[in-house]
Design a protein around this ligand. Structure first.
Ligand code: ARG
Length: 467
C-alpha cells in the first residue's frame, strides 16, 4: 500500500469514512486486552499452520506468517508495538503489525476465523494458564501453613466460636484448617481449567466456516483437550471466565479470613503473633506503631475479587446469543483478577513464613479451665448422665466459679460434687488442656495423633508438587 493512503482498520473496511473519535474512545480495548498478545499469537500460529496443512493457504506464506508472529510477540513483550486506538483491540494490532512485516501474505491468516472465536480462544488459553498460576500460589501458601504447623504441633491455644474462647486446639490444627480451605480452592481451579481447555476455534463469527479446516488439529497443537460442540455457544460462552473469577473470589475470601486473623492476633490484646519487620509497616505519624497491612490488604483485596466476579456476571446477564460487544468489557476483571490473587497469596505466605507465634500467650488465653467445661460435662455423660443434665450441672459450676472469682480448674472435688452426685475426685483431671486434646482422636479432630497424621498427609501431597 502506498504510504500516502491512510490504511483503514479491518473492522471498518465496508463503512464510509472514519469512525467518530467519541466512538473510537469508547471502543478501544488494547489497553486491557493487550495483555493477551501471547495467547493471541499462539492461536494464530496454530491456526495458520493448520490452514497450510489443509491446503487452504500456501505453505510458504504460512511459514512466513509464523516466523513474523514470533517477531510480533517479541515486540509486544518489549513494549515496542505502536498502539492506535482506531485499531481497537489486540487482534487487529497483531494483524496490522504482521501486515507491516510480511505484506500481502498477512491476509491469509484470518481465513475461516472471526475475532469472535479468536477472542474466545485467547481467553481460554489465558484462563488455563491463570488457573496454573493461582494454583501454584495457593500451593506455596499451603506449604507455608503446613511448615509452621509442623513447628507448632505442641502449641495449644483456644479455638474460638463467636470470637469467644471455646475449646483447646493445637496451633497446627488451626493452621491446617486454612490448608483445607485452600485445597478446595485448588480443586475448583482444576475443575475450571478442565472445562476451559477446549478449543472454540472454527466457530467463526457464530456459524462456523465453509472452509475445510481441521478443528481438532488446532486444538491438539494448542494442547487443548477437544473442541466446542456448538458454534453459537462457543462464541457466546464466558463461563470459564466467570468460573475462574468465582474460584479467585472464594480463594480471596479465604485469604481475607487469614488476613483478619493476622490483624487480630498481632494486636496487643491478643498478642498471639508478631509479624517480621519485613512484613510489617510503620505509621507515618506514630513511631510506636507496627501495622499488619498485609492482613488488611488481604481483607480489602477480597472486596475487589468479589466485585470482579459480579461485574462479569452482570456483563453477560441477559445477552442474546451469540457474540455481543458487551463481552469486550470482560477483559479488565478477567485479566486483573487472577494476578491479584497470586500477589495476595504470596504476601500472606511470606507473612506466615516469617511470623513469630507466641505459644506462652496462646496458652495463657486458655485460662484456667473455662475452655474445658465441655470436658466436665462429657465426664458426666461417660458416667451415664444425660447430656442436657450434665450441661446444666457444669453450667451451675461455671456460674459459681465466676461469682466466687475462682477459675473452674480451681474448684475442689467436694465443690464439684455439689453440682452433681456423679462428680468424683477424678473430675479434676478434666482440667488439663493437653490431656483433653489427647482424648480427641477421631478423624478430623484436634488430637495430637490426628494432627500428626494430617501434617504428614499434607507434607507428602505438597512435596509431590515441584513448584
Ligand atoms: N475485542 C473484541 C472483544 O473482546 C473482540 C471481538 C470483536 N468482535 C466483533 N465482532 N467486533 O470482544
Amino acid at each position: 500500500m502506498s504510504p500516502k493512503t491512510k490504511s483503514k482498520p479491518v473492522s471498518r473496511a465496508a463503512l464510509a469514512g472514519e469512525a467518530d473519535p467519541r466512538l473510537v474512545a469508547l471502543s478501544v480495548s488494547i489497553q486491557d486486552d493487550g495483555a493477551l498478545y501471547a495467547e493471541d499469537i499462539r492461536g494464530s500460529q496454530a491456526h495458520v499452520t493448520m490452514l497450510a496443512e489443509q491446503g487452504i493457504v500456501p505453505k510458504a506464506a504460512a511459514r512466513r506468517i509464523v516466523a513474523a508472529l514470533d517477531q510480533v510477540r517479541a515486540e509486544f513483550a518489549a513494549g515496542k508495538i505502536r498502539l492506535d486506538p482506531a485499531l481497537e483491540d489486540v487482534h487487529t494490532h497483531v494483524e496490522r503489525r504482521l501486515g507491516e512485516l510480511v505484506g500481502a501474505d498477512a491476509g491469509y491468516l484470518h481465513a475461516g476465523r472471526s475475532r469472535n472465536d479468536q477472542v474466545a480462544l485467547d481467553e481460554r488459553l489465558f484462563i488455563v494458564a491463570a488457573c496454573d498460576r493461582c494454583d501454584a500460589a495457593l500451593g506455596r501458601l499451603q506449604r507455608a501453613l503446613v511448615a509452621r504447623g509442623r513447628e507448632h504441633e505442641r502449641t495449644i491455644l483456644p479455638g474460638y466460636t463467636h470470637l469467644q474462647r471455646a475449646q483447646p486446639v493445637s496451633l497446627a490444627h488451626h493452621l491446617l484448617a486454612h490448608v483445607e480451605a485452600f485445597a478446595r480452592d485448588r480443586d475448583r481451579l482444576a475443575d475450571v481449567r478442565r472445562r476451559a481447555a477446549v478449543s472454540p476455534l472454527g466457530s467463526g463469527a457464530l456459524a462456523g466456516t465453509t472452509l475445510p479446516i481441521d478443528r481438532e488439529a488446532t486444538a491438539r497443537a494448542l494442547g487443548l483437550a477437544g473442541v466446542t460442540q456448538n458454534s453459537l455457544d462457543a462464541v457466546s460462552d464466558r463461563d470459564s471466565a466467570i468460573e475462574l473469577l468465582f474460584a479467585c473470589a472464594l480463594a480471596a475470601v479465604h485469604l481475607s479470613r487469614v488476613g483478619e486473623e493476622i490483624v487480630l492476633w498481632t494486636t496487643k490484646e491478643f498478642g498471639f503473633m508478631s509479624l517480621a519487620d519485613a512484613f510489617a509497616t510503620g505509621s507515618s505519624l506514630m513511631p510506636q506503631k507496627k501495622n499488619p497491612d498485609v492482613g488488611e490488604l488481604a481483607r480489602g483485596r477480597a472486596g475487589r475479587a468479589i466485585g470482579d466476579l459480579v461485574a462479569l456476571l452482570a456483563i453477560v446477564k441477559s445477552l442474546p446469543l451469540s457474540y455481543n460487544r458487551d463481552m469486550q468489557e470482560d477483559k479488565r476483571p478477567l485479566i486483573g483478577g487472577p494476578d491479584a490473587l497470586v500477589l495476595t497469596a504470596d504476601a500472606v505466605a511470606g507473612a506466615i513464613e516469617t511470623a513469630t507465634f507466641h505459644a506462652d500467650r496462646m496458652e495463657e488465653a486458655l485460662g484456667s479451665g473455662e475452655a474445658l467445661a465441655t470436658d466436665a460435662a462429657e465426664y458426666l455423660v461417660e458416667r451415664g448422665v444425660p447430656f442436657r443434665e450434665a450441661h446444666e450441672a457444669v453450667g451451675k459450676a461455671a456460674a459459681f466459679s465466676s461469682a466466687a472469682g475462682r477459675p473452674l480448674a480451681k474448684l475442689t472435688a467436694e465443690e464439684w460434687s455439689r453440682f452433681h452426685p456423679a462428680f468424683q475426685k477424678d473430675v479434676l483431671r478434666c482440667f488439663d488442656a493437653r490431656k483433653s486434646l489427647a482424648r480427641r482422636e477421631l478423624p478430623g479432630a484436634p488430637g495430637p495423633k490426628q494432627v500428626a497424621r494430617q501434617l504428614a498427609r499434607w507434607e507428602k501431597a505438597l512435596a509431590k508438587e515441584s513448584r
